[in-house]
Design a protein around this ligand. Structure first.
Ligand code: NAP
Length: 479
């Protein structure tokens, strides 16, 4: 912790906030303050914007191979420092060390993937229908970007945006979540070490998100917003982006259905449920929120899931053998408690968990609820905690209709051994991603993102780079 930067990173240098403000970073396992970091205000945001705008032209002209090799070096440094970064993440966010190590590997992969894509940005050439005119298409960086990230994946949500922005030749300002600024600051130090020129990446940590970001979005110099967070905040930022017609990528909330058909392999379904529900203590946009289980297998599925959930060890993420760390803060845990209480009031049965433990830290036990009523609040609210809510269905059409009956459409999980049914159901689900007999879809090489109110655009894969590129079309008459 002693070497972790705690200042703002602007124009390649570390600096305090202009008004000297700082904010605390808490350890969710104890509720105690870990350290203080700089708390940027609008003046700091303006300085970061100037640095990004100043660096843009030269950075756009930098050879793709140079950009690629900076990313490659950064990938190697992140992998080398896996342990250090994992400890930092566990300290500020709470996830168990094994999961934090997994996130470091996942985060690093975005740098490796986009280091490979940076040298494969292709334009085009075509003959127009009149046979005389030609078109030359070139790709160019969209320009200075504002990147806003949430606290749940403190490192990977950053690299998933920074990687393609660097590959495309964009400069950027990163605003991480105030609960987890340290991973982003550590990442900035690594990118500097990897040779990233001054001003290409600027990091502003702040407790005043609105004051810092709104002038940037409305000011006309930031050309792109890439946001990961809740749908409500995303909607507000879309409205702010409209004024200066800022291009946007939005990775928003989810309400994933997890469907277990009568012909599912229950071993696979229970394994998948553990991953889809318990990755990141349930604090993931991809977390299974509504388990729809066929009435003929619901009892067995519920019993086996409750056994597995009940066997998980809850405790501080740094302790050996711990599977489930604390939730992010008091508010996050309070919301989970309320959702469980509401479901129970409406008739749900608690198979395991459901009781907040005494003592410090924001812990909540793995919980399985069955016989959940369709009008329970958790049916249309992201639980963001280790609670599996089981509902019963009898018919394929009925379960598809219920799964789609939500404003969100990020991901869905389907468990069946029938290929016809797997394809039929996946195609009818209104989601951007489907896990077929698996509880994990995230992969840097795949386009991650949702439909409906889960977002706009995709991150990762080849298309992840398109989000940071514009086309220019050159008309060439040939006489
Ligand atoms: P959040 O409250 O929407 O915050 C996300 C980020 O936006 C934070 O950095 C936050 O900073 C910032 N923010 C909030 N209000 C802002 C404003 N007016 N102007 C500029 N920035 C603002 O979400 P969260 O609670 O951190 O994260 C959980 C949410 O993220 C869930 O809904 C989850 O599903 C979603 N998520 C989606 C994906 C995906 O890929 N689709 C991935 C991970 C998470 P402050 O906290 O200071 O307000």
């Amino acid at each position: 912790m002693t070497d972790t930067p705690t200042q703002l990173f602007i124009g390649g240098a570390w600096a305090d906030a202009a008004d000297g403000a700082t904010m605390p970073v808490d350890d969710p396992a104890t509720g105690e303050i870990l350290c203080h970091v700089a708390d940027a205000g609008p003046k700091d945001a303006q300085r970061a914007e100037e640095a990004a705008v100043r660096a843009q032209e030269e950075w756009a002209r930098t050879a793709p191979r140079v950009r690629s090799e900076i990313l490659r070096r950064a990938y190697e440094i992140v992998v080398e420092r896996t342990d250090e970064l994992a400890h930092l993440m566990t300290a500020e966010m709470g996830k168990p060390l094994a999961e934090a190590r997994g996130e470091v590997a996942y985060a690093a992969e975005f740098f490796r993937w986009f280091s490979e894509e940076a040298v494969r940005i292709e334009g085009g050439h075509g003959v127009l229908p009149d046979g005389r005119n030609r078109m030359l298409l070139s790709r160019r960086p969209v320009g200075p970007c504002l990147l806003i990230t949430p606290w749940n994946f403190p490192l990977a949500m950053g690299t998933r945006k920074i990687g393609p922005a660097i590959a495309a030749g964009c400069t950027m300002i990163l605003k991480p979540a105030p609960q987890t600024p340290l991973s982003s600051l550590a990442l900035a130090a690594i990118l500097k070490e990897a040779g990233l020129p001054d001003g290409v990446l600027n990091v502003v940590t702040t407790s005043r998100a609105g004051e810092v970001c709104e002038p940037l979005l409305r000011g006309g110099r930031i050309r792109k917003l890439s946001f990961t967070g809740s749908t409500n905040v995303g909607r507000l930022l879309l409205a702010q982006s409209a004024e200066a017609v800022v291009r946007t990528s939005m990775e928003l909330g989810g309400n994933a259905p997890f469907i277990v058909f009568e012909d599912a392999d229950l071993d696979k379904a229970v394994d998948g449920a553990m991953v889809a529900k318990m990755r990141n203590m349930g604090e993931a946009c991809t977390a299974a929120n509504r388990f729809f289980v066929h009435s003929s297998v619901v009892e067995e599925f519920g019993r086996r899931l409750a056994e597995r959930m009940g066997a998980l060890v809850v405790g501080p993420g740094t302790r050996d053998g711990v599977d489930v760390g604390p939730l992010i803060d008091r508010t996050g845990r309070g919301k989970v408690e309320e959702l469980v209480a509401d479901a129970v009031e409406r008739g749900a049965r608690v198979l395991v968990g459901g009781r907040t433990p005494e003592g410090p830290g924001h812990f909540y036990p793995p919980t399985v609820l069955t016989d959940v009523a369709s009008d329970s609040r958790l049916m249309d609210t992201e639980i963001f905690g280790p609670v599996a809510a089981i509902l019963t269905f009898d018919d394929e059409d009925e379960v598809i209709r219920r799964a789609n009956d939500t404003p969100w459409g990020l991901v869905g999980y389907v468990f069946t051994e029938g290929l016809d049914r797997a394809l039929r159901v996946s195609e009818r689900l209104e989601v951007g991603m489907v896990g077929l007999n698996t509880g994990l879809v995230s992969n840097p090489a795949a386009p991650f993102g949702g439909v409906k109110q889960s977002g706009l655009g995709r991150e990762g894969g080849r298309v992840g780079l398109d989000e940071f590129l514009e086309y220019q079309y050159l008309a060439v008459p040939v006489r």
